[in-house]
Ligand binder design. Structure first.
Ligand code: FAD
Ligand code: NAI
Length: 465
């Protein structure tokens, strides 16, 4: 069988590239080794984590927020097996949906592990160990990423876990230590805290979510602390001792100093993810990787003719929607069309409660680049819908470049801001000024009016605070 395109990896990068390639009439195959399509995102990432975040948010709200709104519940209790089952149901439904989309777009789904075996050849080792080779004009590498291990700390996915184990704990840990105050640590730490764990987050740097706008990061940390999450910033974990009745975690100041021990029932290691290219056969054709193992790209082309790369395994943010957009662009280029991703407008959302959403440059980045900018801000406390809903934590901040009069960054903390960021992305893609947003009619009463008020603030005419 000879293909126009063989895609290695069935995550959001690979499967979206496959759909688009199928739509454009390319004879396409997608190879996936985990037995299910959807990649990290659908199987052990975005979807199961959001299913648990959503359910645990209701559980906590039922106990803590409902009574103040006049909703009384007696006998509230946690059914953890059912909470885990509804998460698995969501995953199963979606992965089957992706399989259907492959059939709909005439893409061959090949189960097995793909290895580049020379120019235009991909060898597949099937689940039964049998090997066969696909011939193809183009290869798209979409093999994604895996958790970064912490040297000296053995992961068993039971007591010392990565995000994968943390999505399936069969009991609520009394004490959980999270290593790394990044997105995974704060989202999954929030899940287990809401269900009853005492959660302590150990972070090497002096701030949480280090790449985030400083003011937003500070506001976010204040909220998480108020919710009961504990932080050991500027600390590193140097060892985890496994005892029969618990774990002893040794931490010490990142800059050196006295070591201390903390007790835990579960330790979650969430210090980042690394590109996955093991066994991929890159050496057979000479595809280069950089010092950190990523496969660099120029408009999704690797250094080898006819071999393309997208998603977590290449450079840029490790996000499902970034992988998806790259997959679409790469498929279009392979089909002889144009393809482009605007890396200045890739939103970032942390799905805690309140959520954090941002797009574009932070104040710190603009300062470092010497860009003159104006700021408009609006507190959620002054938004009428937030007040009515008792969801007043957070703020919106809009940054405009003085020279171009374009919005170059928006950063928000607040309930539901993950949905609100879409409006800002559209505005930025259309080159909007803050005034364009400020003069666009927004429905009342909605949380999105906070964006409009913050945008007014850029030119000094915020009206409702
Ligand atoms: P992946 O999704 O990693 O898919 C790659 C696939 O390739 C895998 O299924 C793997 O089995 C397969 N594969 C690898 N090598 C081979 C081979 N040689 N042969 C055959 N198959 C192979 N991102 C968001 O945008 N929003 C979120 O809310 C979010 N939440 C997350 C929560 C968690 C807990 C985690 C871990 C990640 C989360 N992410 C989120 C990140 C997101 O999952 C990744 O950015 C995204 O999945 C990357 O897509 P990809 O297609 O590049 O790779
Ligand atoms: P991350 O890069 O977001 O955060 C890792 C954190 O660990 C950083 O704050 C870093 O300073 C810290 N760290 C590194 N080494 C350390 C050490 N030895 N000791 C203590 N702290 C240390 O990585 P994370 O949370 O593992 O997530 C991986 C990727 O998955 C992210 O790039 C993210 O884009 C993606 N993801 C996205 C989500 C979303 O969009 N909502 C949700 C979950 C994951």
């Amino acid at each position: 069988m000879s293909y126009d395109l063989v895609i290695i990896g069935g995550g959001p990068g690979g499967y979206n590239a496959a759909i688009r390639a199928g739509q454009l009439g390319l004879k396409t195959a997608i190879i996936e080794s985990r037995g299910k399509l959807g990649g990290t995102c659908l199987n052990v990432g975005c979807i199961p984590s959001k299913a648990l975040l959503h359910a645990s948010e209701f559980y906590e709200a039922a106990a803590k927020t409902f009574p103040s709104m006049g909703v009384k519940i007696t006998g509230l209790s946690l059914d953890l097996p059912q909470m885990l089952k509804q998460k698995e149901d969501a995953v199963d439904g979606l992965t089957k949906g992706v399989e259907f989309l492959m059939r709909k777009n005439k893409v061959d789904y090949v189960k097995g592990f793909g290895r580049i075996a020379g120019a235009g050849k991909v060898e597949v080792t099937g689940p039964d160990g049998a090997k066969h080779t696909l011939e193809t004009k183009n290869i798209l590498i979409a093999t994604g990423s895996v958790p970064t291990p912490l040297p000296g700390i053995e992961i068993d996915e039971g007591r010392v876990v990565t995000s994968t184990g943390a999505l399936s704990l069969n009991a609520v840990p009394g004490k959980m230590i999270v290593i790394g105050a990044g997105v995974i640590g704060l989202e999954l730490g929030s899940v287990w805290r809401r269900l009853g764990s005492e959660v302590t987050v150990v972070e090497f740097l002096d701030k949480i979510t280090p790449t985030m706008d400083d003011e937003i990061s500070t506001a976010f940390q204040r909220t998480l602390k108020k919710q009961g999450m504990k932080f050991e910033l500027g600390h590193k974990v140097t060892g985890v001792e496994k005892l029969d009745d618990g774990l002893v975690v040794t931490i010490e100041p990142a800059k050196g100093g006295q070591a201390r021990t903390l007790e835990a029932d579960v330790v979650l290691v969430a210090i980042g993810r690394k590109p996955f290219t093991e066994g991929l056969g890159l050496e057979t054709v000479g595809v280069q990787t950089d010092a950190r193992g990523f496969i660099p790209n120029d408009h999704f082309k690797t250094n080898v003719e006819g071999i393309y790369v997208i998603g977590d395994v290449t450079t840029g943010p490790m996000l499902a929607h970034k992988a998806e957009d790259e997959g679409i662009a790469a498929a279009q280029i392979i089909a002889g069309q144009w393809g482009h991703v605007n890396y200045d407008v890739i939103p970032n959302v942390i799905y805690t409660d309140p959520e954090v959403a941002s797009v574009g440059k932070t104040e710190e980045e603009l300062k470092a680049a010497g860009v003159e900018y104006k700021v408009g801000k609006f507190p959620m406390m002054a938004n009428s819908r937030a007040r009515a809903n008792h969801e007043t934590e957070g703020l919106v901040k809009v940054l405009e470049d003085v020279a171009t009069k374009r919005v170059v960054g928006v950063h928000m903390v607040g309930t539901g801001v993950g949905e609100m960021i879409g409006e800002v992305c559209v505005a930025m893609e259309f080159g909007a000024s803050a005034e364009d947003i400020a003069r666009t009619c927004h429905a009342h009463p909605t949380m999105s009016e906070a964006i409009k008020e913050a945008a007014k603030g850029v030119d000094g005419w915020t009206m409702q605070a």
